[in-house]
Design a protein around this ligand. Structure first.
Ligand SMILES: [Zn+2]
Ligand SMILES: [Zn+2]
Length: 398
């Protein structure tokens, strides 16, 4: 398809900090795995692009909805020295946007639809993984695509979905058609744009955290979209108590609607006291750390594990944080507890399972508290640096 389109583009200057060395996967002047050590003076511009053309294994999508993620905000946000906040894989200039849904417009002859077991025809409503795992490195071959050694990321180092069209490999695309009964009209695209963050939560608590048994008690620390999605998933999985610790009332209200059974405001009440009170002294089987504030939250988690009567608790580290975790090994030993890291959303059947949950009534769309047009994206990405009153701000194509 010929023609032009606009893309909300992040631009920054390549100015590595003293001592920075190019890593094996970095490309001088273009791409690094350590964004916050390299990129300065981020700014967002709406630029004009040719509509991309799909290769034989690729699909051209018309984007219908795309949520703003915290990482978009952190790529566009500079610290006092002008360096971007976001620490990970980045290659600029790049069109941002990675939590999206759309419609297949055109597909290469080898672009394969996992739902029908046939090539894509066009017209299918779909979403995509954000992580473009290579499928041939050692971790990919071992079934660990979230740890791909040659990873590209949509909206980080390859062009993302804050545009009218996007081209993607068919291997990362998942059909939304199973959700068609549940979501009428364009609502399927809103729900579809929440699958990626929901899969981050699913991968953390079910895949990496080992899941739960019906009747287990769980604690989620941090009521961002991933934390709230975890509340919904764990409630569906049969948790008897889903306790969210989050200071912001708008977030806890949403979580209580979507799956949390109890909310704690850690700025006003003692986290450990409240968890022990709600669980009648038992504590929790699973904790999800989704705040990124290890120094603040681990003393409370440790006290619940130590004083609660539940053995074998699992703590899943989901949020990224540079700070070390203050944890006493003895507590883990005596209470048979474990701490486990989780990264990414791909593989392990995460996407099709989350799609099935949504098809079966796990509706996360109340998380979308504001819808914006393409031209309003730059100002809204900037606004989210300081204003946390909206849960998900989502670009909806006209
Ligand atoms: Zn994201
Ligand atoms: Zn790989």
């Amino acid at each position: 398809m010929n023609g032009k389109m606009q893309g909300v583009t992040l631009i920054a200057d390549w100015k590595p900090k003293p001592g920075f060395k190019l890593g094996s996967k970095d490309i001088e002047g273009r791409q690094t795995y350590l964004g916050s050590l390299v990129w300065r003076n981020p700014r967002i511009e709406i630029r004009e692009y040719d509509i991309p053309t799909p290769g034989p294994d690729e699909v051209l999508l018309e984007v219908k909805a795309c949520g703003i993620c915290g990482s978009d905000v952190h790529m566009a946000q500079a610290d006092k020295e002008g360096y971007i906040f976001y620490p990970g894989l980045t290659g600029f200039p790049s069109i941002l946007g990675h939590e999206f849904s759309g419609v297949v417009v055109e597909a290469g002859k080898n672009a394969f639809d996992k739902r029908t077991n046939k090539p894509f025809k066009g017209g299918e409503r779909v979403t995509s993984e954000e992580m473009l795992w290579c499928a041939s490195c050692r971790p990919c071959a071992d079934g660990q695509p979230n740890h791909c050694e040659r990873l590209d990321e949509v909206g980080f180092n390859v062009n993302g979905a804050y545009a009218k069209y996007i081209v993607l490999p068919s291997r990362t695309i998942w059909s939304l058609e199973p959700m068609a009964q549940r979501y009428k009209g364009d609502d399927i695209f809103l729900a579809g744009s929440l699958i990626e963050p929901a899969c981050v939560a699913y991968n953390a608590v079910i895949e990496r955290g080992g899941g739960i048994r019906p009747g287990d008690r769980v604690v989620i620390l941090g009521g961002g979209p991933v934390g709230i999605a975890a509340c919904a998933i764990l409630r569906r999985a049969g948790a008897s108590k889903v306790i969210l610790s989050e200071p912001q009332k708008e977030r806890t209200d949403l979580a209580l609607k979507l799956g949390a059974t109890h909310a704690i405001d850690p700025s006003k009440e003692d986290f450990a006291d409240r968890v022990l009170e709600i669980t009648e002294g038992m504590g929790a089987d699973l904790f999800m750390e989704a705040t990124g504030l290890p120094e603040r939250v681990y003393p409370g988690i440790e006290r619940v594990i130590w004083e609660g009567r539940t053995l074998n608790s699992t703590v899943v580290v989901t949020a990224r944080a540079e700070a070390k975790m203050p944890v006493t090994g003895e507590v883990l030993q005596v209470r048979r507890a474990r701490i486990i890291g989780a990264q990414g959303h791909s593989g392990h059947g995460n996407f099709p399972r989350v799609i099935e949950c949504m098809a079966d009534g796990m509706d996360l769309t109340p998380m979308i508290t504001k819808k914006v047009g393409l031209n309003e994206l730059p100002e809204n990405i900037i606004k989210l640096q300081t204003d946390r009153s909206n849960c998900k701000v989502t670009y909806v194509a006209k």
